[in-house]
Design a protein around this ligand. Structure first.
Ligand code: NAD
Ligand code: UDP
Length: 322
């Protein structure tokens, strides 16, 4: 239901045509807000937002956040940045520019408008963590010159900028450290593990496990993530974060491959491929702070989320074998 004009917020979502951004927009519109989606469609797709085409409270601007933007809004969610290792390593200089220059432009906008701004940061700021599970107080173990550095260091620098705008200009900031998130609308070819495995299983192709498959990740369903982001935005100005958002249940990548085969009913084989450079060995969020400050914890377990995602790909590509 649309809210009355005086109660409506006008919310900017950068990266809104992407995977998480498009779900965030669905929820913000459902709450009755107006939404301005800004995206250069590098990894996002119009199909993720086309169901809002006839909604008068929704607008889309094709724009690159490395270029300044002059709009009038009440809140900003800054999600613009490719998130899959394959995509962010495709043009690493542009990835750093998107994180750093994009943050400067969006923080400049928030400063002019005196509005709240939330940054989609990442568990990658912890690099290949030595401390496990990772609390927000951990400073991380990041290679500054490797293939993943454009993303990791770009996001770290963005966090620095957010806290400097807070200290220097009194801006109301929220820094969310997002851990691996999955669900419908992940690009089927973006190379991330959940989409890769499901697509491979549905096509009857071998599932490609990198390394020995003993590295771990913890997977949060996208609707849980969106709920966490919105709750965080609604906190008072003392809550700046950083706050970890993610599912604290940890899986080996090998076990994820096996679950995917079981849930799809696929007879695909598992094959072993080379582990990419600097691939973190373990990753799991400590979400004590999110529980305390946001009263938030993920609700959907992995299998339920995988089933919803499998169903999404089956509907999108009905021609696949399985
Ligand atoms: P995504 O690639 O689906 O979405 C990113 C969106 O940003 C895309 O629509 C893309 O076109 C857009 N974009 C990229 N560069 C841009 C630019 N210069 N100007 C304007 N738009 C640009 O990825 P996602 O998984 O939805 O991730 C969204 C945000 O959450 C990212 O900032 C990412 O770093 C962060 N994050 C995601 C995860 C995850 O597991 N999905 C984990 C940690 C952090
Ligand atoms: N991975 C894999 N097979 C794939 C894609 C990824 O084994 O087809 C592994 C990857 O090496 C990493 C984990 O799965 O250890 C998660 O990879 P993803 O790219 O999804 O995200 P990351 O957490 O590394 O950013």
């Amino acid at each position: 239901m649309p809210r009355a004009y005086n109660l409506r917020k006008r919310v900017l979502v950068t990266g809104g045509a992407g995977f998480i951004g498009s779900h965030l927009i669905d929820s913000l519109l459902q709450q009755g807000n107006e939404v301005l989606c800004v995206d250069n469609l590098f990894t996002g797709a119009k199909r993720n937002i086309e169901h809002h085409h006839n909604n008068a409270r929704f607008e889309f601007i094709r724009h690159d956040v490395t270029i300044p933007l002059y709009v009038e809004v009440d809140e900003i969610y800054n999600l613009a940045c490719p998130a899959s290792p394959v995509h962010y390593q495709h043009d690493p200089v542009q990835t750093t520019k998107t994180s750093v220059q994009g943050a400067i432009n969006m923080l400049g906008l928030a400063k002019r408008l005196r509005c709240k701004i939330l940054q989609a940061s990442t568990s990658e700021v912890y690099g290949d963590p030595i401390l496990h599970p990772q609390p927000e107080s951990y400073w991380g173990n990041v290679n500054p010159i490797g293939a993943r550095s454009c993303y990791d260091e770009g996001k770290r620098c963005a966090e620095t900028l957010f806290f400097d705008y807070r200290r220097q200009h009194g801006l109301e900031i929220k820094v969310a450290r997002i851990f691996n998130t999955f669900g419908p609308r992940m690009h089927h070819a973006d190379g991330r593990v959940v989409s890769n495995f499901i697509v491979q299983a549905l096509k009857g192709a071998p599932l490609t496990v990198y390394g020995d498959g003993q590295q771990t990740r913890s997977f949060c369903y996208v609707q849980d993530m969106v709920d966490g982001l919105i709750r965080f935005m609604e906190t008072d100005e003392t809550e700046t974060g950083p706050i970890n958002l993610g599912n604290p249940v940890e899986y080996t990548i090998r076990s994820l491959a096996e679950r995917t085969l079981a849930l799809t009913g696929s007879k695909s084989d598992i094959i072993w491929e080379t582990l990419p450079e600097d691939d973190p060995k373990q990753r799991c969020p400590n979400i004590g702070l999110a529980k305390e400050v946001l009263s938030w914890a993920p609700r959907l377990q992995l299998d339920e989320g995988l089933n919803k995602t499998i169903e999404y790909y089956r509907q999108l590509f009905p021609g696949w074998a399985i």
